[in-house]
Design a protein around this ligand. Sequence first.
Ligand code: FAD
Ligand code: MG
Length: 346
Amino acid sequence: MKNSIFKPMLVIPAALFFLQACSSKPKEYGKAELTFGTVCYVKIYTEKNGAEARNILDGLFSELNRLELIFSTNMQDSVLEKIHINAGKSAVDVPDELYGVLEKALFFAEKTGGAFNPAIGPLVKLWNIGTEDACLPPAEDLKEALNIVDYKNIELKDGTVFLRKKGMRLDLGGIAKGFAADYTKSFLLTCGIKKAVIDFGGNVLVMDTKPDGSLWKVGLKNPVIGEPKSAAAYIDVSGKTVVTSGNYERFFEKEGVIYHHILSAQTGYPVKNNLRAVTVIGENSMEADALSTSFFVMGLEKSLQLIKDFPEVSAVFFLEDNSIFTAGAEVKNLNILDDKFRLERF
Ligand code: FAD
Ligand code: MG
């Protein structure tokens, strides 16, 4: 008799605990700020309470602001500006984050034969594309700038950076947002957050699956200039980064010609090939960022050769004639939403 009374007492608390665990579904918390010259948006999914979640997001964004002050070319007191002031004079001590990104940037510069060029700064400054001061620079200014855009004149040594020629300028706009996305992922993991969406204007990173266990659907924007920026296609992914480079967001038009922000260090002018956009899908956002810019500069054929050296990377190429080429396992199931686009197999 005694036993029959006590048994339920032992079972009920266990059952209650189980019910509570089932009912405490992860909640979504988000924060967006204008950083890195774009809207940076982070959504996290967690069972932590609201105050804890907000603390994590606030802590993260103050770290992102710290990184911006290192990598920015628009802030007078950034570390990058300090390097520029000392170009041709002396080496500058830099934070580990910048040293690491520059090492990677130089790796991609070598790998792409200079198509990806972290020393492109003087040209970026002349064109100013994406700002109110965007203009078509005089041809002689562009020619002169070509003398100071050789990435081989960037010297990295023992935590210092030296630009060998006066007037040289770094520009990490094609890689730093990817680094920031990877940094965000590590930061969130350290805080115990396993599921999140990180969206830094064209640089998306999803952590794990959705809270219900299904895959994230990441849209690829319609890259046709003048058309609504709805999704042209989407891919289903978990734990991946999806990074796009294109000519359709940062550009100006003069006398019927489109001038966009991805520049050739050979000619000094915006890259001209038959691409509208390239999306790269991979594990590492800094690598995907550098590769998406590289592929855009190199064009379809050379990119299809280079991607073989990155077996874990997939890519989607949007061409001007509305054909789409894909490479890699992750895009075998590319879903096209706009039937103006044709998927080409090769
Ligand atoms: P991506 O293809 O990834 O990169 C293109 C960018 O890379 C170009 O805009 C140029 O900066 C650079 N680039 C051009 N040609 C080459 C090449 N051949 N090789 C390598 N790189 C090349 N923009 C603002 O308008 N205002 C700001 O205040 C501002 N602050 C920023 C601060 C930081 C720290 C960073 C990293 C960027 C900032 N930007 C700012 C730049 C802006 O966010 C860029 O549009 C962005 O970095 C370009 O990224 P993307 O994904 O569009 O294109
Ligand atoms: Mg890039």
